[in-house]
Design a protein around this ligand. Structure first.
Ligand code: ATP
Length: 334
């Protein structure tokens, strides 16, 4: 049986929410172009759920997304509005949409953004989610938009640190983003030939760090590279302890929000364009309450109820970790 068709939906809106990610603009562009080409009016909502509640909504034409496929950040802006979990706040958003006759919303963001989309869905709003976050921490999709660019940025920075730590015979501790998911750390560690990778999944043990540095000293290494995700330990203190226990000079560098910026990689632009178009297609087919993602590089749709609140966890026994171990990268607390 044919699903609900384009005829019942005329006006849609798009928002970006949570931490920004390279490729969000390419996603907006794809949604706007695919939507308009299919006869929809497409509206942009400024600053995520905050802008929706405050009624900052404007119509976008094709030219509104000209020249943004290569730009980092998000032209719509992003903001956090923790109060959106309250019914009375979300109800204002519902009214803002009804007042404008907007019949569906595409939300681009991470897990919190899906929780917001699920809330709107439960209040009768048609929503489709697109995974846009550098952390790659969304369950049910292989890659989130922005992850590849963030890894490229981290690798570029770590390569530069390797140059100087090798010259000065130092241990470089590099803190990357990915609070709940170590994917940025694993990929960056493999791509830069790190000696140790520590994430929330591997756990942290100071003895393992010291043993790794000593082992490298035994090999007469001129540098030691440790990649660690944020919020695991204080990396400045860790650098001091390494020097104290091994005598090897150590410096910590926190890459921070540098990883969230920059022009999206070709991989992210392609992913953003594919997922944006699929989100518009889902709306046209009346397939709401879902997130679009990929599995084995094929586009999939997954119910928001199966995605929201279910962060990806990389099992320390996963293949990427096994492969890294075979070339001598140590992990966390082993
Ligand atoms: P990132 O992980 O990249 O920062 P995110 O989408 O997870 O992205 P959050 O700040 O967690 O970022 O969430 C974005 C917004 O989604 C919040 O500011 C809030 O407006 C909304 N949101 C988060 N959790 C909920 C919830 N439980 N119910 C309703 N809305 C929520």
């Amino acid at each position: 049986m044919e699903k609900e068709t384009v005829k019942s939906i005329h006006k849609i809106a798009v928002l970006t929410s949570g931490g920004d990610a390279p490729g969000m603009n390419a996603t907006i562009r794809s949604i706007v172009r695919a939507g308009i080409d299919s006869g929809l009016s497409v509206y942009g909502i400024e600053d995520g759920y905050r802008g929706l509640v405050e009624g900052r909504v404007y119509e976008m034409d094709r030219n509104a997304v000209t020249n943004i496929i290569n730009r980092g950040g998000t032209i719509l802006g992003s903001a956090r509005l923790p109060e959106f979990s309250k019914d009375e706040v979300a109800q204002i958003a519902v009214e803002q949409l009804h007042n404008r006759g907007i019949e569906a919303v595409i939300t681009i963001g991470g897990d919190g953004t899906y929780r917001g989309a699920l809330k709107l869905t439960q209040m009768g709003i048609n929503c489709v989610g697109v995974p846009g976050t550098i952390d790659n921490d969304i369950a049910s999709t292989e890659f989130t938009i922005g992850f590849d660019t963030a890894v490229n940025t981290a690798v570029d920075a770590i390569d530069k640190l390797r140059d100087t730590s090798n010259s000065h015979q130092r241990c470089s501790i590099v803190e990357v983003m990915g609070r709940y998911c170590g994917d940025i750390a694993y990929a960056a560690a493999l791509a830069t030939g790190a000696d140790l990778v520590i994430t929330s999944e591997t756990g942290f043990d100071l003895n393992e760090v010291i043993d790794t540095v000593k082992r490298c000293q035994g090999h007469k290494s001129r540098h030691v590279l440790i990649v660690i995700t944020e919020h695991v330990t204080d990396v400045m203190e860790l650098a001091k302890k390494i020097k104290e226990y091994t005598g090897f000079d150590a410096r910590a560098t926190i890459l921070g929000h540098i990883q969230r910026g920059g022009s999206p990689s070709p991989f992210d632009r392609v992913l953003a364009t594919r997922l944006g178009a699929e989100a518009a297609r889902a709306i046209l087919e009346g397939d709401f309450g879902c997130m679009v993602g990929t599995k084995n590089q094929e586009i999939i749709r997954v119910p928001l109820s199966e995605v929201a609140g279910k962060l990806k966890y990389v099992d320390p026994k996963a293949s990427i970790i096994k492969e890294a171990k075979t070339i001598g990268i140590s992990f966390g607390d082993e």
